[in-house]
Design a protein around this ligand. Structure first.
Ligand code: ATP
Ligand code: MG
Length: 425
């Protein structure tokens, strides 16, 4: 019988890689807590229409990447391809706007897109994202960008740059769209097939094409920055000034458009030089129209999402991970000693120590080898002699120091043990 394999485009994450994930989650949580963002958890599947209306039917995500299916009640459901639509649905459904003011939210979790799997691109992938709902202020745009750069910086990542653009408001974009179509139409036959199709449906998205020939044509296309109205211009100038005030470097990138209808004004990406083709680690922008288009009150908003798989690749390039090390590895042999070791493990855990109990019953030397492999800080050894005398051998693995301890005393010296463990770090 054949073995069952994980679905193409999904991965199992286990040690030691998992410690990179823990680090990312910890750093993100810390940065976001400090800025008083609240975590929100929304369901992994939603009605398909949420994404069709929220993300837009002309987008790649909705057009060809969604995992949609009918459930037993014949409802069309979709595994969320991104986080914003669900957060906005929850915001509207739970009247979060009714409390007034600004809501600062963040989320994390798996997302699903039917794409061609490759390095940094999967079918189940993970994002951390933020959404600030209820503010049109350029300071909100800059706050979220600063948070993204802080998270990446605190992770020790380098060679990142922030690409910045404004896609204006609906009117600006309409005028730009006409100019862009007028420019591109004579080149229609030379565009890649996807872009030819987009020329009618979603022309701004052509600026995003990965096709070399299309890119060359797009090079000389009109710039959206020349089509911004006065309000959009002012907003964008303020965003740039505030970024400069915060010492956050950016590159103006007029070709950066997020082809979704609800995006307005600020659009940005953070890209890495160290990732090859899948270079974007963070994408975001302002979406002043989304809440309304999903049936809520007019609510200005801005947010981003960071792709965690790509961060893990970058962290792996920087060096080996740091898996959690046990404080104590508990070694025992013989019936009585083994029973006492179980008890001791429990007692030490209750005192807050991390303790791994060897269950192998194999020779002491083998148990020590495993302790070394786990990089335990110390071993506690119980043999028959120790079991008889209610003692334990405490062996510090780095210094090889060894001492005989009375069990009761050991357990009453939690603070001293903690001290000694801390000194090892
Ligand atoms: P890309 O151009 O790489 O397809 P995107 O514009 O579709 O990205 P967003 O929807 O803005 O991506 O998602 C934000 C981030 O989530 C991306 O910058 C990326 O880091 C990550 N991401 C998106 N799709 C995937 C995927 N299939 N696998 C892994 N990470 C992804
Ligand atoms: Mg994509």
């Amino acid at each position: 019988m054949g073995t069952i394999q994980a679905i193409r485009g999904t991965r199992d994450i286990f040690p030691p890689e998992i410690s990179y994930w823990h680090r990312i989650e910890q750093v993100a949580r810390q940065v976001l807590n400090r800025a008083c963002y609240q975590e929100i958890r929304t369901p992994i599947f939603e009605q398909t229409s949420l994404f069709e209306r929220g993300i837009g039917e002309a987008t790649d995500v909705v057009g060809k990447e969604m995992y949609s299916f009918r459930d037993r009640g014949d409802r069309s459901l979709t595994l969320r391809p991104e986080g914003t639509a669900g957060v906005v649905r929850a915001y509207i459904e739970n009247n979060l706007y009714a409390v007034g003011g600004v809501q600062r939210l963040w989320y994390q979790g798996p997302m699903f897109r039917y794409e061609r799997p490759q390095a940094g691109r999967q079918r189940q992938f993970h994002q951390i994202g933020v959404e600030v709902l209820g503010s049109a202020d350029p300071r909100a745009d800059v706050e979220v960008m600063a948070l993204a750069t802080d998270i990446l910086k605190n992770l020790g990542l380098q060679h990142l740059h922030l690409a910045l653009n404004s896609v204006g408001n609906g009117e600006d974009r309409q005028r730009y769209r006409e100019a862009l179509v007028a420019y591109l139409t004579p080149y229609r036959a030379e565009l890649d097939p996807d872009s030819q199709e987009r020329l009618d449906r979603n022309p701004l998205r052509i600026l995003d094409s990965k096709d070399k020939k299309t890119q060359a044509i797009v090079q000389a296309a009109p710039s959206i920055l020349d089509y911004l109205g006065e309000d959009s211009r002012r907003h964008f100038d303020q965003v740039q000034q505030l970024l400069t005030d915060l010492d956050i470097a950016y590159e103006l990138t007029p070709s950066l458009v997020r082809g979704l209808d609800y995006y307005t004004h600020t659009a940005f990406e953070i890209q890495s030089d160290d990732l090859g083709a899948q270079a974007t680690v963070c994408g975001g922008g302002r979406y002043d129209g989304l809440v309304q288009s999903l049936g809520g009150p007019e609510t200005r908003a801005v947010g981003w999402a960071i792709g965690l798989e790509r961060l893990v690749i970058l962290l792996q390039q920087l060096g080996p991970s740091n898996p959690a090390r046990p404080d104590f590895y508990l070694i025992s042999k013989g019936e009585k000693a083994e029973a006492k070791a179980s008890q001791l493990a429990q007692q030490l855990r209750h005192q807050g120590f991390s303790v791994e109990l060897d269950l192998s019953g194999s020779a002491f030397s083998k148990q020590f080898k495993r302790a070394d492999r786990l990089r335990a800080r110390a071993c506690l050894v119980l043999g028959e002699a120790e079991a008889e005398t209610d003692t334990v051998q405490l062996k510090w693995l780095a210094s090889k120091e060894q001492e005989t301890c009375n069990l009761k005393e050991l357990l009453s010296q939690g603070e001293q043990l903690r001290q000694r463990l801390a000194e090892l770090n």
